[in-house]
Design a binder for this molecule. Sequence first.
Ligand code: ADP
Ligand code: MG
Length: 327
Amino acid sequence: MASEDVETNELSLVNVEGVGPATEKRLKQAGFRSIKDLRVRGPVDVAEATGMEMDDSVEICEKARIILERLGIIEQSFVSATDLYKKTRDKITTGSGSFDDLLGGGVETRAITEVYGEFGTGKTQLCHTLCVMVQQDRVAGGLSGKAIYIDTENTFRPERIASIAQARGLDPRQALEKIIVAKAYNSAHQELIIEETGPVIEENGVRLVIVDSAVAHYRAEFLGRATLSERQQRLNRFMHILVRMSETYEVAVLVTNQIQSSPDAVFGDPVRPTGGNVVAHTSTYRIYLKRSGKNRIARMVDSPYHAEREVLFTLTDRGISDVGETR
Ligand SMILES: Nc1ncnc2c1ncn2[C@@H]1O[C@H](COP(=O)(O)OP(=O)(O)O)[C@@H](O)[C@H]1O
Ligand SMILES: [Mg+2]
């Protein structure tokens, strides 16, 4: 089993100076399996989950970070821009050439891509299509990897995966095999799932993590101004786990977000994504989807290096497709 490997390899918890057998046992009982998990969940979680002193957990997490840097798993604190430029990031095709073009090749690993838009604009279709595409080899635009689908709105449909695979000439049964689905029933459950995701990524060769949607439960559970700060705090913690996860495990993370109308907006679209600044600030790329007759428009918003522009795509049996593509 892959989990055995984790225990014996260089990422084993006991390789962190200061972690002896007793601490290792406490950490394992709290769900920390490897040095990567320390990094992803961070010192506050480590202290809370194990009952360890905060100072000790900060120290352990700092040492974990140094080990991961040394192993080249995460970036060093200071790197030359040239090294960064040379580093190619893996991309997963969306299934549409024009949509890929908007993203500079596809959905990127080691980054968070947020997709927001009204109901029915294709967010969930995009999630389903990507779960099939990530499984393809690189020549076909994938990463020969599996996908994790965290479903908070109960909209994951295995039938849709099968039909997308079939329409693309792929084996539907195999496509389904390579998608791991976790249904989250409330925000606390969603947080529990994300805490347990690291080892699942590692054991299964996952390259794509979907959260559809990231905000729905928070929005439903925290109503009114009085609860806003707690909601934002919880959402912030959730998003930051995703950020560290994308870097540490080299996965692409795609989250969907609803929009709420803001009638006070006088110019432009009178809509803005839920979750306010929290989701916006933790996402590397933000894509806004809207209807355009039978087709859809994807607009790149707030990318660190793409110009703000729009492309047209459509929804077919193949999932996300280019307009005019047959079938
Ligand atoms: N097989 C299909 N062929 C064409 N369009 C489809 C197919 N399956 C679903 N759709 C379209 O996808 C849209 C729903 O998109 P969805 O991704 O669920 O929206 P949301 O943004 O709310 O997640 C509907 O307009 C539906 O017509
Ligand atoms: Mg949806």
